[in-house]
Design a protein around this ligand. Sequence first.
Ligand SMILES: [Zn+2]
Length: 454
Amino acid sequence: MKSELLLVLVLSLCVSSKPLSKKKTYNKLLLISFDGFRWDYDQDADTPNLDALVKEGVKAKYINPPAITMTSPSHFTTITGRWIQDHGVVHNLMFNSSTGVIVPHKRTLTKSEWWDNGVLPLWITAQNQGLKTASFFYPGGGVNYSGQAVDRSLVESNGHPDDNETEWRQNIDTVMRWYSEEDFHFVALYYGEPDNVGHAKGPETPERRKIIEQIDRVIGYLREAIEKNGLTDRLNVIITSDHGMTTVKKSPEVNEIRLANYMSFFNLSEFELLDYGGFGMITPKEGKEQEIYDALKNAHPNLRVYKKEEIPGQFHIAKNQRIQPIVLFADLGFNLNSRIILYINKGDHGFSNHEMDMKMIFRAFGPDLRKNFLAEPFDSVSIYPLMCKLLGVTPEPNNGSFSDTTGMLLSSAPLLSPCAPSACASSALCLAVAAARSSSSLWRSAAAFFSCSA
Ligand SMILES: [Zn+2]
């Protein structure tokens, strides 16, 4: 109640300078991620629906994942707008380098201690500003942040089949009901393909093209479902991914990387996170860091070795305590094998985000987005401020740039310009809004009054 009184007071102060006609309600937003959908996967498959979306909406040539091109780190960058070193989800596996305990990916999806490192994902920020949000299998949606859960969250169970087209359609039906019958504002929907097929069969195969055509049919189903549910003029949709995929290079074509050829793990390392594609970390035993570094530095022509303090700043990973003292990147297609070569995947990711094979798809369409608009490539970290803009949510501090995506928006879209965090901190109006958000449904209409002039 107190915050509503404060809001009314501030509203009355503003009425003279901000006309009521600027009041605006925001359209809903659906974020869909297809795991491992490389930027060019639509170019050698029959994809009439993705092709139609190019005309009906926005296409980016491609977008750049963060430097650790893995599922959990990249998805969490998209939903927080933060670099990996800031959000702290540095790997698909949860690990403790002191105890040596490693938790498999699927089991991390309900472990708050892995995800909740002081950075709030969009669900929680939007909820704190009066919106209703949901996660449908999206990584990071199944845990609590500072004790807060996502309003509705479905977590993919272990062994859940990723490629069932009937279920894919049912999931869309469920999400449509959330919007049309329960008035959800934001849903993040995750699909585990084409990642699985890319790993198992390789990216340049008929099987991968087939799963892309299946995805395209489901996008067609989504377009029909939006229409059928009367959401065409009320729902913006972003379709993206988390990383690409490349063909794994194997012996005898190449000299595979097997680190045990160059160092003794038993004598030198306390803990290691290896055997997972192109990225790895090693925790040396006390006093053994230089020895490991020297052993590996020039060991293999396709292996790049960094001490933590040497990691280039543009990777945006070094400033996090979960990054171990020695970090390894393999060149595109070369897997990091520790003791034995046990890797059976034909395709993989985890390689440098500068490699074209790691780039991701980006499409967007809906009432606030331009049609037939081709956007230049940008970093996936900038999806977050775009989502905040579309939802009328004041963003948390983030590493994205709205200038990357501003050209996608219709100039007629009467969008709120969310206050920059630094401006908010010093603005009485923003503080008043912040106070009002948690309790008042007036927030949505009031927000229009407080839009920064930027
Ligand atoms: Zn992935």
